[in-house]
Every structure is written in C-alpha cells, then in structure tokens.
Design a protein. Structure first.
Length: 373
C-alpha cells in the first residue's frame, strides 16, 4: 500500500528496518506459538519498542514518539501484514494511540509513554453483542460513584484483550453521550471470556460488573473522536491487507510456476493465467483506493467516512478474490498448516469482516450520500 505514497527518509527507514527484522525473527511457526501463549505479552513487543522504536512511530514527540501520523501507521501495518505478524500494533498503536494522543490529561500521557516503552498493550472495548458496529446503539453505562465512576455493561469481540494491560472502554454517560474510560486489565469486576478468532488470533467477551474507577480514569467525551480513530484503524487494516494479499499473490505465482501437470508447469494453462490476472488486478485496486482514502483525512468528516468505507468495501472484495484464488490454485495443500498460504488466507478472511462487513460499509456509504443530497 505504501507504493501510493512518497515516503520521507524516516518512513522508508522504518519500513525497511521492520521488514528486515521480521524476515530474520518471524515466521508462521513463531506466529502460531505467539497466539498459543495468549496470556503473555507478545514476544516481539519489547523488541519493537527498544530495538526498532516502532511503537512510537505515530505518537507525539512529547511522550517519546517519533511524531508521525497516519501514513506511518500504514507503512507499519503493510509490513506487518506481509509477514503475518500477530503483534497488537493495530489495537495499541493505531486505536489506543489515536484516542489517547488526542485526549488531554496526565492519565492519557502516562499511558502513551508506557506504549512507547513497550510496557502497555491496549484493547478497545467499544462494540457490543447487539450493536453490529453501530456506535449509536451502545448500552454500556458509566455513572457517578462518589468521587469516581461506576462502569456497567458487556462488550463483544474485544480484539487482543487477552494480552491487554489496559482496556479503553466506551460507555454512555448520564447525559446520553459517549465517554472514554481507562480500565486496567486486573480491575475488580472485569470478567473476560477469551477465545480464538477465525485467523487464529485472540479476542474476548468482556463484562463490566459494577467496576469502580477513580475520577482520573474518565478521559472525557469520545463520540466524534472515536469515529475518526475507527476510520484510521479501518484504513490501517486495509494497509495490512495489502501486505497479506501481496504475499498470497507472490506465493501463488511461485507455486504455479513449479507445479507441473501433463509435463508442463501449470502456469502455462491459460485459464490459470486469467485467474492470476484477476488476483493481481484486485490487489492493485485495493492498493490504489487505500492510498487515495488516506488523502481524504484532510477533508471533511463526511468525505473521510465515505472514502474509508469505499476502501474497506474494495479491500474486502479483494480479500475474497485473492484469498480464494490462492487456495484453489494451491489445491488441497492450500489449507494445510504446513503452507503459509492457508494462514494468510484465514487472515484475509478475518480482515474482510473486521471493523464491519461489506454490507455494513455499503449501508454507511448510502447513509452518508443521502445526508449530502
């Protein structure tokens, strides 16, 4: 995806150093072990912080970050996708960092500093079982409790929660608005049910049962800010998809060149050439629309939302085209644990659904278009 941008020297160095590090330190087997040990901090997390300075790429210099922004996140996410890295950069750096860096107060600043140092992993607890990605239908509540606050409710599919040191919970306040609260993972009254997601990742159902929090853990209003940061995270997910799909295309091309049938490589069969062309076109379309959507963040909120949802629809369709094509051209081997293609296919399928399905984003585009008419 970064091919659509003119990267500065810092961003190019970040991309190249991360790619080299992962090529030396990471593979599908290490990913499987990482995901199996979900109760522990991801194994590369502190190396990302201390050896690469990666966790501060998109965070302010005032907390030890590099002062970058959205493009830096896209650079990182594309490389992580290409290596199928399971480290929770999206939940911590993009979602957590995006919310906290725009929130005043000492609590947010301290947590940002911990992220940069590799001491914190953040999980956003926003969606609920009934809400279907709609922020207007959140029912978790936060109410006054003496000098502090009380949090009650249930959150669904909280990605990376088994690793999280802190949750960022979104709850409806007494005035009907959405508030953002910091909830340390071991707080009394927080219950989790951990499980594996489709791609082998980890997520949790989280219950807040009369959770009492000090006053400083209430970070303020979160409505418009949350929508913006979720759009940034959705676009970052699209960038990750670029890395995932590039690897699927490359592995499939290599396979059909060496796999022989009737005495010739199957890459010589015209019908397979057409299928590979469809996969390559889908990848290029996803790349182009993601780069284009990044420029929409300089415009209005409505323009940004339309651009991001359009990108997510295109990328989700590309995930289906490329993922299914890769598996089918590999034959039965495509879904085995031994070949990387099966792991990348499952991640592509998860990306297709994460932060809203194709139907969800098409409805959002229709709604925004009707409002603009």
């Amino acid at each position: 995806m970064t091919s659509g941008f003119a990267l500065n020297d810092t961003q190019a160095m970040l991309r190249d150093s991360l790619a080299r590090f992962l090529a030396e330190q990471y593979d599908v087997e290490i990913r499987a072990r990482t995901l199996a040990a979900a109760d522990h901090q991801p194994p590369l997390w502190r190396a990302f912080a201390h050896q690469l300075g990666l966790l501060g790429a998109g965070l302010p210099e005032s907390v030890g970050g590099l002062g970058g922004g959205l493009v830096d996140h896209l650079v990182v996410m594309e490389v992580l996708g290409g290596h199928l890295a399971a480290e929770p950069y999206l939940s911590t750096g993009v979602l957590g960092g995006g919310l906290l860096s725009r929130t005043p107060g000492a609590t947010a600043q301290r947590l940002l500093s911990r992220i940069v140092d590799g001491d914190a992993v953040i999980a956003l607890a926003a969606g609920e079982p009934h809400s279907r990605h709609e922020l207007d239908d959140l029912r978790t509540t936060v109410t006054r409790d003496g000098e502090g606050w009380r949090l009650d409710g249930r959150k669904a599919v909280v990605h990376c929660a088994p690793w999280a040191t802190d949750l960022l919970a979104v709850a409806r306040d007494e005035a009907g608005g959405l508030a953002l609260l910091v909830v340390p993972g071991e707080t009394l009254g927080v219950r989790r049910r951990d499980y594996r997601t489709l791609d082998g990742g980890r997520a949790s159902e989280v219950v807040f049962d009369h959770v009492r929090l000090p006053a400083e853990n209430h970070l303020g209003e979160a409505g418009a800010l949350l929508e913006q940061v979720l759009d940034e995270a959705t676009l970052a997910l699209c960038a990750e998809a670029g890395g995932v799909l590039s690897r699927l295309v490359a592995d499939t091309v290599a396979y059909v060149k060496q796999r022989r049938q009737f005495g010739v490589p199957i890459a010589s069969f015209q019908v397979l050439q057409h299928r590979l062309a469809d996969m390559s076109v889908a990848l290029e379309q996803a790349t182009a629309i993601t780069a284009s959507a990044a420029t929409a963040f300089r415009g209005s909120a409505a323009a940004r939302a339309r651009a991001v949802s359009s990108a997510k629809v295109t990328v989700a369709r590309a995930c289906r085209t490329v993922g299914q094509g890769a598996v089918q051209l590999h034959g039965g081997m495509g879904m085995t644990e031994e070949l990387a293609v099966g792991h990348y296919f499952r991640r592509a399928t998860q990306i297709e659904l994460q932060f809203g399905s194709i139907d969800h984003h098409l409805r959002r585009i229709d709604r925004l278009s009707a409002q603009a008419a």
